[in-house]
Design a protein around this ligand. Structure first.
Ligand code: HMG
Ligand code: MG
Length: 296
């Protein structure tokens, strides 16, 4: 059954901008502020990763320290203790750790095996616990991998359970390359929901093959009530060649409205935030809803 309320985790400022041409620190601050003004409560604001690996996120400390958004839960990627300490230093209250259901992708993305990543996260979790910070876990490649192809749902289950056992409050299931279809989503959730409560899962779907909204609808019907999305459909993944951005937040909101599901977000203001960042990037939003609203 469909949830009555869906929590949007807006990842455009991180997942989106990590794969766009460089955006100024000021434009990032404006974007995150505009998203909060549109009613988004959970915003992934940056990534405390190696600047050699992802230069676009190198100013995350500056961005986050410039924000004063008392009602917004700002989160950031923290792959290791160094990242965790830097995020904590600017007041981040929710970390995100990230691994994969594919060994090859894990190596390319964070330069270690899945087991090594879990071991590394133990330090991050201990740090988070000591500072009263909650931690979200990501599993990439849940519906397919650019290097390994098909991924067995059983592997997604194992990695998800390890993240939950570490103390993550939620696991976000990443279709990193947007390759999944509705049937695969159902098959994955058949396996996961037999062992994991739906309240502990989120979906994080990229839209490379145009399937993200259908896949989200499939997950909503299974009771999943947290959806990651990026305003204007920004971004992609630097370690997944050809992957396009996340599903556009505007499109998800339009879907939720049509289904009568509460979300608390002002679609017009959200669309304006998307247009503003796209102007800075010198491109148009990828969101069809945003384009349609503009032409009304
Ligand atoms: P490494 O090279 O194995 O680590 O990288 P290291 O500990 O040997 O450090 C190497 C250098 O990086 C050192 O600097 C460290 O100080 C520095 P040097 O001595 O060479 O000058 N370093 C750091 N600097 C700043 N902040 C840090 C940090 N850690 C080390 N936290 C590491 C390992 C994880 C750091 C690296 O592989 C990395 O940063 N990877 C980036 C991964 C990334 O950001 N990927 C994109 C996000 S994930 C994603 O998009 C998927 C998701 O959206 C879900 C989905 O769609 O599926 C979440
Ligand atoms: Mg992603």
């Amino acid at each position: 059954t469909l949830p009555s309320h869906v929590r949007i985790v807006e990842v455009g400022a991180r997942d989106g901008l990590q794969n766009e041409s460089a955006v100024s620190t000021q434009d990032k601050i404006k974007l995150i502020t505009a998203l909060a003004d549109a009613g988004i409560t959970d915003i992934e604001a940056g990534a405390f990763v190696s600047p050699k690996w992802v230069p676009q996120m190198a100013d995350s400390s500056e961005v986050i320290s410039a924000l004063t958004l008392p009602n917004t839960n700002l989160t950031a990627l923290t792959p290791n203790l160094k990242g965790a300490a830097a995020a904590h230093a600017v007041g981040i209250k929710e970390f995100a750790i990230f691994t994969a259901a594919s060994e090859a992708f894990c190596q390319k993305n964070i330069n270690c095996s899945i087991d090594e990543s879990i071991a590394r996260f133990e330090d991050v979790m201990a740090f988070a616990k000591a500072h009263n910070i909650r931690v979200r876990g990501y599993v990439s490649c849940v519906l397919g991998c650019p290097y390994e192809g098909d991924i067995d749902p059983q592997r997604v289950l194992e990695v998800s359970q390890k993240l939950l056992a570490l103390g993550c409050y939620e696991v976000s299931l990443g279709d990193t390359i947007g390759i999944g279809t509705a049937k695969k989503v159902d098959e994955l959730l058949d396996v996961l929901l037999a062992h994991i409560d739906k309240s502990l899962l989120a979906v994080h779907f990229h839209d490379t093959y145009g399937q993200a909204l259908t896949n989200i609808y499939t997950a909503l019907k299974r009771g999943i009530a947290t959806v990651d999305s990026a305003v204007a459909g920004l971004g992609g993944c630097p370690y997944a060649k050809g992957a396009s951005g996340n599903v556009a937040t505007e499109d998800v909101i339009y879907l939720l409205q049509g289904l009568g599901i509460n979300h608390g977000i002002d679609l017009q203001r959200l669309a304006q935030a998307g247009w503003a960042i796209c102007t800075a990037l010198n491109k148009q939003p990828v969101s069809k809803v945003s384009l349609a609203l503009k032409n009304q």
